[in-house]
Each structure stands twice: as structure tokens, then as C-alpha cells.
Design a protein around this ligand. Structure first.
Ligand SMILES: *Cc1c(COP(=O)(O)O)cnc(C)c1O
Length: 383
């Protein structure tokens, strides 16, 4: 495997990191402009520009920038009405932030299984689980064994692969469950010709340093609904009533504003997104060829969808955690920045008692996933 990996690139290519941002002259220029303007903090023109560029790129009608993706998810949950003692359906194979955002409200993540092609929530298993364990009472989906309402579901587009938004949305609609899409890893991912994140009532993006586009840190909320967008802006900007000089806040709001300095970096990166996406696709093809003769295989976009190929994911043949760890140790010793998938969230101490469906697919995939060095630079020298 190490030979296949090294052989795919020019000698001396740095494969030491899983993902590094691609930063250059464009980024410097926008950041200098921002500093020169004097507006580096929570007010300034780049935030609106960033929101506009994201709206153009995703086709989403409204975009509200936030301080990070976790904050965006937290706000999305509040906006669809999730409250203390509610349950929110989530996959166990995701970054911990997806479940933490639920816990911030005092609600409980309720784990449902994934499918093997996209690593997203399995719509058929979801439907079966709801049928067996829940009942609609006065239009509210009640989880029978806990008596708690299930009011939302967060669909995660893992590693840039498009999950089955439309099928999951149909199931959610039947049970009156609000659909939120976690698109933190999926900027540039499409289903047909439509960008992901437009099926759910609200969606979240992240611009953390390891994502395909970084703003240093940052996030965004996407929605088609003007009222939700206005409420999202209000809630994430300390709930201050607009006024020339008065300080009046009409509810407990959040300081989830994206600083102008971060927005400037985000704008510069977005201006390069088409080329970053092309580089990722080239890298996918390079790995795909390199591993074609071996038993393991690379996860590929489902037909009819376009992955942003943010991370290149290798699926080992039947594996145990011990076998996977041996491979990761060998790759690390060879200076290759490969990483496993996240520890499944229902195995983390704060979520071991959370309700869950059978998670057979997630549990069988966990030891088989290895993410390979995936920086855009490995697919394009950007000269
Ligand atoms: C990165 C990420 C987040 C959180 O984004 P931050 O900007 O780091 O807060 C949420 N969900 C997923 C799936 C992510 O990969």
C-alpha cells in the first residue's frame, strides 16, 4: 500500500499531512485589503460579500455567515424549534460537533445507521426504525421508549460524498421531522445539478482550516426561507434590534458573527474554488488508478451525484480495528499522513447512553476506513 501511494506521486512529494490549506497571493491580497480598510472585526463589507459569493456558488437563496460550523449547526437546531428534552436523529459516523450542537440545547442525539456507498444516513433503515419505535401523536413524532419528541434530523454529507437527501427528506416529511443538512465537508458537492444543502430546511457549512475552503475559521447557514434567514441573522448577532445608536437586545442571542478578517480570507478562497475542486478530482483519479489492482478500494461518488472529493477515503476489505491500526502505524512510520474515520459517536463517553437504532453498517465500516493525504496541492501544483 505504501508503494502504491508513493508511486502515485513525484519523488519527494510531501504526503505528511492529511489536509493542508492552499494559500497564496490571492489570499494575501484580500487580507491586506481588509487590514488596510481598518475593519477587521465583527463589522465590515467582506462578510456580506462572502455571503453573496456563497449564495451564488451554492444557489441557496439566503446565506448567513457564522463564526464556525458548530455555531451554524447550533443555530439551525434552535431555528427549527429543537428544545431541551427533544431527540434529534444523527448518524454515528460524523465529526463530534454534529452531536455536540444537539447537546448544547439539552436535547439528545438519537443515532441511526448509515449506508455503505455514501456513508450517509440509510433512508430505508431510517424509515423502518421510525416505524418500529416511534408514533405520530398530534403531528409530533414521539419516541415510544423515552416518551420524548423527535423534532429534527441532521443529515451529514461525509467526506464530500452526497448523502441521499431526497429520500431522507421524504421519510422526515412523513414523521414531521425537520431536516437539517450538515454540509461542513461538502462545499462543491452536488446531487444532479443542484448543490447539496438545498433540500433541508436549513444547512450548515464550515470554513475551518481543514475544509476545502477555509476562512481561518468560519461557518454559514443556508436556507431558501427569508423568515428563517432573518431570524438566523438576528440570533447569531446577539439579537440586537437595528438602530442608529440604541443598544437593545430582544432575546438571549449568540455572538456567532464571522469576523470581517475571516470573511476576507474566505472570499479569496472562494474565488479559487473551481480550481480547488478540479485538483481534488485529479487527486481522486490518481489514487483510483494507484489502488486499482489492490484489494482495498477508494470511495467513489454515487452515480448522479458529484463529490467535492474533499477527503480521499480508502475502504479496506473486511477488517478489524487491530488490522486498521497496524496499517495506520505503518503509514505514520513511513511519513504518510493517513487518518482513520472518527470514533463512532455512540462510543464516546457523553453519548454512550443516547438512544440508537441498530448501527451494524456504521460499526462494520468503522475499522475499514482510512483517509489518505488529500490536500488540493497533491492534484495541482498551482503555479
Ligand atoms: C468541521 C465539521 C463541523 C464543524 O465545523 P467547525 O467549523 O469546525 O465548527 C461539523 N460537522 C462536520 C461533519 C464537520 O466536518
Amino acid at each position: 500500500m505504501i508503494q502504491a501511494l508513493r508511486g502515485a506521486f513525484k519523488p519527494k512529494t510531501d504526503l505528511g499531512t492529511l489536509h493542508s490549506p492552499e494559500l497564496g497571493e490571492v489570499e494575501k491580497r484580500w487580507l491586506i485589503d481588509c487590514v488596510d480598510s481598518g475593519w477587521v472585526s465583527t463589522a465590515g463589507p467582506f462578510v456580506q460579500k462572502f455571503e453573496g459569493m456563497l449564495s451564488d456558488f451554492t444557489g441557496s437563496k439566503h446565506v448567513v455567515a457564522t463564526s464556525n460550523g458548530t455555531a451554524a449547526l447550533h443555530a439551525c437546531l434552535l431555528l427549527v424549534g429543537v428544545q431541551r428534552e427533544h431527540e434529534v436523529l444523527v448518524p454515528p459516523l460524523t465529526f463530534v460537533a454534529t452531536a455536540n450542537a444537539i447537546a448544547y440545547i439539552g436535547a439528545t442525539p438519537h443515532f441511526v445507521d448509515i449506508e455503505s456507498e455514501s456513508l450517509g444516513i440509510d433512508p430505508d433503515k431510517l424509515e423502518k426504525h421510525l416505524k418500529q419505535t416511534c408514533q405520530l401523536q398530534k403531528g409530533v413524532c414521539i419516541h415510544q421508549s423515552t416518551g420524548r419528541p423527535i423534532t429534527a434530523l441532521i443529515l451529514v454529507h461525509v467526506f464530500g460524498l452526497a448523502a441521499q437527501s431526497h429520500k431522507v427528506a421524504e421519510v422526515c416529511a412523513r414523521y414531521n421531522i425537520a431536516l437539517i443538512e450538515d454540509c461542513a465537508e461538502a462545499l462543491g458537492t452536488k446531487i444532479g445539478t443542484e448543490h447539496v444543502g438545498r433540500v433541508g430546511m436549513l444547512s450548515a457549512l464550515s470554513f475551518n482550516g481543514n475544509k476545502i475552503v477555509t476562512a481561518g475559521g468560519g461557518g454559514a447557514i443556508l436556507t431558501e426561507n427569508a423568515t428563517l434567514a432573518a431570524t438566523a441573522k438576528h440570533l447569531t448577532t446577539t439579537a440586537k434590534r437595528p438602530h442608529a445608536w440604541e443598544f437593545y437586545h430582544d432575546q438571549v442571542g449568540y455572538n456567532y458573527r464571522l469576523p470581517n478578517l475571516n470573511a476576507a480570507l474566505g472570499c479569496a478562497q472562494l474565488s479559487r474554488l473551481p480550481r480547488l475542486l478540479a485538483a481534488k478530482r485529479t487527486l481522486f483519479n490518481t489514487y483510483f488508478d494507484a489502488f486499482s489492482g489492490l484489494e482495498c478500494h477508494l470511495l467513489k461518488e454515487r452515480s448522479g451525484t458529484t463529490s467535492n472529493y474533499w477527503l480521499q477515503t480508502l475502504l479496506l476489505p473486511k477488517a478489524t480495528l487491530e488490522f486498521r491500526n497496524q496499517i495506520l502505524n505503518a503509514l505514520t512510520a513511513a511519513g504518510i499522513g493517513a487518518r482513520p474515520a472518527w470514533t463512532l459517536l455512540h462510543r464516546l463517553p457523553m453519548y454512550t447512553n443516547s438512544p440508537r437504532a441498530e448501527l451494524t453498517m456504521a460499526e462494520s465500516l468503522e475499522p475499514r476506513i482510512i483517509n489518505l493525504p488529500s490536500s488540493a496541492r497533491l492534484g495541482d501544483d498551482f503555479t
